[in-house]
Design a protein around this ligand. Sequence first.
Ligand code: B12
Length: 590
Amino acid sequence: MILNPKPLTRAELIPEQDLPDATWLMDQGKQLATMVTVGKSPFLSHYQVMSEKDYKQHAVQEGRIMLHAQVGYRSLDKSRRAFAEIYHKLEKQGYRIDRFGICLDWSMGYPASMRRDMPQGTGLIIPRVEDFIALTHEVPVAPHFGDFVLGTPASLENTCASLLAGSTSIGNMGQYFTFRMPNWQDDVGITAETVKSIALCAAQPVDILIHSNLDDGFASIFTDMACSIGSVLLEQYIVDELIGGQVSHCYGHTYSDPMGRLAFQRALTQVSVTPGTMVYGNTMIYVEDETENYANLGSYLLVDIVAQQLLPSGHGLNPVPVTEAMRIPEIIEIVEAHTFANRLIQRAVGFEALFDIEKVDVVTRQLIEGGRLFKQRVLDGLLEAGIDISNPLEMLLAIRRLGARRLETYFGPGEPAPDQIHQREPLVKTTTLASLENQAAEIVKTMQDMDKQAIAGKNWIACVTCTDVHEYGKLLVESVLRKLGIKIVDAGVSVDVDDVARIVKEEMVDFLAISTYNGVAFEYLKALRAEMMRDQVNIPIFIGGKLNQIMDDSSNSLPVDVSDDLEELGGLVCHRVEDMLERLLEMTRE
Ligand code: B12
């Protein structure tokens, strides 16, 4: 990355001569709204509300804190059972669950006709509209279709199914900006389907929240939290002003600093015109120990509860089960996390008086001012590059193609600073990227000088990549290897096997390091091995991350560890970065 980057041009961002007409796309969505409308649901009828927005506004007025659970097992039956059990078990204790976030599978992002042959993750696969309806009709809890609906090739069909099933909160714009479906190159098509889908929601006679999880979007890669508030403002501009929808935001996975987390909630609430969808749990701090995770859960949830006491924002809070980092949480584990949260809400009364809100609001103001500056700079920059900033299709496409790093480097509100990760001094630092850098430095520090020299002396070239949006493992590996003097060929994020195989061959790399999290490790390595064999390339392949998969012959449709299968395929399985370093040292001796 360069400090004074060359000006952006339209040719670089949108080289296509012909794009679908945005007005026509919006009209298509509007027309569809005459046929597809929000279906009945136990939630809407039980609480006698027109939409979840309506429900949220009532809860804000009553000062009641709402709760969210994320559910989506591969099997529809188990997911339905989960809805019923969670609702009834909590009701028995006198507690309420307000909303379910439905975790559709990765493969649900493809049009139904293509799904069968596409890579599957670990989430819920529901083929028919009737299945969407069966799920939401289980209990009176707001159904939130937040994953793999908007922003995918199947945007429109999944939006129709979600609306018909009575959902009034549909996402996920965050995913639109960053997620890539394997073997799918057509981002113009995805954008067009997304514009149509938002217009369909906007034309409904009731309020539909267009959900956007900021961490799924650019927030997990920005180094400045002010850029995330800027993203909120940009999404409001595109979704609300240009398409006529109502965007609503979620944050939380990566917000690990209590001050930043609280200030962000306050800044977001001040700039928002709709109630928020949910505050996600701070999953980044979870470890593989249930007891420790209760402390982690308590620490972020207390901040979220106090935030709602001080400035209700309509978000549902998400108590993440303490087993989350080890496996997809079981039904009872979700109930336990909610019991914990409900008790904590009762116990937290009075805590708000202990907080120095003046101090927090210094940060809140920095976030809002920085966010506004970022938004303005992005609009000015795109206009200057020749993008039609009144066209939602062009805006979405240009921002998606720019990506988090370039957006921050070009337009971040902080002062230019060549030594910073994105070459700007963050106004309010995010914690994740900086902590990955520290972790990498620690790993290298513990190595003996002799070993470091042995590795550096090899002048190796490594190709580093990841199979899906989870990019932290890749960043950590990259940083460690770089510090050891190894040249990096960055194959990128969410990369298809044929592209990895091509890069490995063209760049003549000495070894490959793959990070993978979406439950596709086995299929991915198998396909990659076959490609590389065709190219007659045989180099060491290190693989780490979440090494599991739901196997075809699975009886319970849960993912299982595939480390042994990966070894059999010739992969070098690494549970820690140090495993790779040990093997590299052995290679220096061979
Ligand atoms: C952060 C996170 C995200 C962020 C990612 C941000 C980003 N830009 O990277 C966001 C919010 C975007 C996200 C999205 C999703 N996520 Co997520 N996410 C996580 C989380 C919390 C942390 C993973 C992580 O990056 N850790 C940081 C790394 C550095 O640490 P580590 O994982 O411990 O890795 C160590 C080693 O494994 C090693 N390592 C890692 N890779 C490699 C590679 C090599 C070569 C080597 C040597 C070593 C190595 O390095 C580390 C230190 O030693 C995990 C849960 C958890 N706590 O693990 C879920 C998790 C991975 N996510 C999960 C899911 C399901 C999703 C979604 C599909 C959810 C959804 N429905 O939308 C989407 C992904 C969609 C897509 N298109 O891909 C599941 C995966 C389920 C499974 N496979 O069983 C998990 C496990 C949560 C869960 N229990 O359900 N997620």
